[in-house]
Design a protein around this ligand. Structure first.
Ligand SMILES: Nc1ncnc2c1ncn2[C@@H]1O[C@H](COP(=O)(O)OP(=O)(O)O)[C@@H](O)[C@H]1O
Ligand SMILES: [Mg+2]
Length: 354
């Protein structure tokens, strides 16, 4: 899949602009603060219907305006086109249409335009807290499975209710409420853990390969799922454990077991990346992870994703950037933002001076 063109109105500092893209590499060049990340953000909006840097559209809306629009035209490898129009109006929220049909449930749309995005904040996946790693895997898998995304949404709703109950009511009086919730939670937990483990298994070999290709070294990278639950073989196992450990959750007045507390562990030659790896190793790991994510989506879906790299190549020279693009593969359309033009980059590319 590739994005042929985009048009933005009142989107951050862009009052009204349009671009026609190359199906291969597109590079936005310009000084700091000029609006490059804003363009990357607009492309991301067309795939996820939200921003990668804020959950509030108020920040995205241009100052003193009351609406913003993003329109994109995609072409598919399998044939056909898709026109996505997103309109945000102050006080009314977002409305989305695809090929002139209104998108009512945003979760139905996710995955129809697969996308991989890397920004400087993503270093958190490797050296930050577990929530960043969970978000990373959730965004990838949600694009490949509606069951996964729906399970996650439903799970999070129940956990909120469960936490409210645990924090506000007498522990002795709440078992009757908790039983059916823990039963439902255990079924979503089972499904989500199964798919998360499957994803990690599928990327694990490639992750090491990509890491070593990028670093020129011979390190073994391992990735494993670390659940807050001990027994996750069956849904019944999970339910039994939730019931067994309920007294702990009651004492803490919060739900502490389940997929919202799980983590992923990355190891470099046997040592946990978090706490052990150097800044350079973290960056290489994240680049390798994004390459693995691109291949995972290519394999799981009918269309190759588009790839957005926002301001992440500043320390690489052109030959290493060219090699990185080769690893991405020529079927994947790439968007890059940078303050410095990549001298002598041989890859076929279209440059946009912002
Ligand atoms: N809602 C908004 N309305 C108008 N300008 C905005 C809005 N949000 C951000 N900006 C402006 O966008 C610019 C930052 O753009 P950004 O894409 O982050 O720059 P960079 O080229 O460094 O990536 C800043 O000048 C900021 O003031
Ligand atoms: Mg930027």
């Amino acid at each position: 899949m590739f994005l042929k063109s985009i048009r933005l109105t009142n989107f951050r500092n862009q009052s009204d602009v349009g671009f026609e893209f190359s199906p291969s590499v597109n590079i936005f060049v310009g000084q700091n603060g000029i609006g490059k990340t804003n363009l990357a953000e607009a492309i991301y909006y067309l795939c996820f219907l939200k921003s990668f840097r804020t959950s509030s559209e108020e920040f995205v809306l241009q100052k003193d305006k009351n609406h913003f629009n993003v329109t994109g035209n995609f072409g598919f490898e399998e044939g056909g086109n898709s026109e996505v129009i997103l309109i945000y109006k102050k006080g009314e929220g977002k409305k989305i249409s695809q090929n002139h049909k209104v998108v009512n449930r945003f979760s139905e749309f996710i995955g129809s335009h697969p996308c991989v995005c890397l920004t400087p904040d993503d270093i958190q996946i490797s050296n930050g807290s577990p929530s960043g790693r969970r978000k990373f895997i959730d965004v990838v898998i949600s694009q490949t499975s509606k069951i996964y995304l729906d399970s996650l949404i439903r799970y999070n709703k129940i956990i909120k209710q469960k936490n409210k109950l645990l924090s506000e009511f007498e522990p002795k009086k709440i078992d009757d409420f908790l039983d059916p919730w823990d039963e439902e939670l255990s079924s979503y937990c089972f499904e989500i853990i199964r798919r998360r483990k499957d994803f990690l298994k599928k990327i694990s070999t490639e992750l090491s390969d990509f890491y070593n290709k990028l670093s020129g070294g011979k390190e073994e990278i391992t990735v494993s799922y670390e659940s807050s639950l001990e027994f996750t073989e069956t849904q019944q196992d999970i339910y039994n454990e939730l019931v067994r450990k309920r007294r702990i959750e009651k004492a803490r007045k919060s739900s502490v077991f389940g997929i919202h507390r799980d983590d992923v562990s990355f190891k470099l030659s046997g040592y946990a990346a978090r706490g052990f790896a150097s800044q350079g190793q973290h960056k290489t790991l994240i680049l390798a992870l994004k390459l693995s994510e691109i291949n995972f989506l290519k394999n799981e879906m009918l269309e190759s994703p588009i790839a957005i790299f926002d301001d992440v190549f500043s320390e690489l020279d052109s030959s290493r950037i060219g090699e990185f693009f080769k690893l991405v593969g020529d079927k994947t359309q790439i968007f890059v933002t940078t303050t410095h033009e990549f001298e002598n980059l041989e890859t076929e590319k279209r440059i946009f001076r912002i």
